[in-house]
Design a protein around this ligand. Structure first.
Ligand code: NAD
Length: 249
């Protein structure tokens, strides 16, 4: 498979989990892949790490500039960096709301702002945002996280509309519970992580978590010419959780 030959992709949060699986799949299919992450030195061989905290406009601008200087172009952006938050609306103070929205929402805006002048020059331009079915599902104890992902979905639609004339497609994926280090960290907080994982899997419609690679498959599809007529869409990769109207208990 070499459908990304000659193209350059930037993947935020690409040092772990869904972002890493996406970066590796894009590279396997011929793309030159830049990973923009807090941990640029942790990327495996074949990917190039660039230090970038998406909550810093200066770091985002200099990372995107460095990618274009190094590789000569930018065709694909995977806006994937994100952080979690637990609890109902009383659980987090204003500072925490600002911090999570700043990373999860404004971070994507900063990356798009820096990348768009380059994407507009590409005949294969695509942005894929990693959203979450939390945006649609009314998950308990996820008020701040759900609000941030609801904003990512709305942002995806608005960006898709604004940049159709520029030839830049903008879509998002909606993972359910994906088996990444993030979920591992949450399970590790339980008294019995093994039992907690088994219970979490049993609550999934398919009886298992979604793998990071399965989310990556959908991101790469939305970044590829196979989805050339698709913009402003949100693709659920959730083992049926949303479509079947089931939710984690
Ligand atoms: P992860 O924690 O395994 O990886 C996240 C990566 O983002 C890490 O490499 C981290 O260093 C990087 N990162 C964090 N803050 C950053 C910042 N400010 N600037 C740059 N990089 C930063 O997480 P994951 O599970 O792979 O999640 C990736 C995305 O998928 C997130 O947007 C998350 O909201 C979304 N998502 C995850 C799940 C799930 O169940 N794992 C479900 C739905 C959506």
């Amino acid at each position: 498979m070499s459908d990304f030959e000659g193209l350059v992709a930037a993947v935020t949060g690409g040092a772990s989990g869904i972002g890493l699986a996406t970066a590796e799949l894009l590279a396997a299919r011929g793309a030159t892949v830049a990973v923009l992450d807090l941990k640029p030195d942790e990327v495996p061989e074949g990917l190039t790490g660039f230090r970038c905290d998406v909550s810093s406009a200066a770091e985002v601008t200099s990372a995107i500039d460095a990618v274009v200087e190094r590789f000569g172009r930018l065709d694909i952006v995977v806006n994937n960096a994100g952080i979690g938050a637990q609890g109902d609306v009383t659980a987090n103070d204003d500072d925490e709301w600002h911090r999570v929205l700043d990373v999860n929402v404004v971070g994507m805006v900063r990356v798009a702002r820096a990348a768009l002048p380059h994407l507009k020059k590409s005949p294969s331009a695509a942005i894929v945002n990693t959203c979450s079915i939390a945006a649609w599902s009314g998950l308990p104890a996820r008020a701040l996280y759900s609000a941030s992902k609801g904003a990512v979905h709305a942002l995806t639609l608005a960006m898709a509309a604004d940049h159709v004339p520029d030839g830049v497609r903008v879509n998002c994926v909606m993972p359910g519970t994906a088996d990444t280090p993030w979920v591992g960290r949450l399970l590790d907080k339980a008294d019995d992580p093994v039992a907690e994982r088994a219970a979490l899997e049993a609550r999934q419609p398919m009886g298992r978590l979604v793998s990071a690679g399965e989310v990556a498959n959908s991101i790469v599809y939305l970044a590829s010419p196979l989805s050339a007529s698709t913009t402003g869409t949100a693709l659920a990769v959730d083992g049926g959780m949303y479509g079947l109207r089931l939710r984690p208990k």
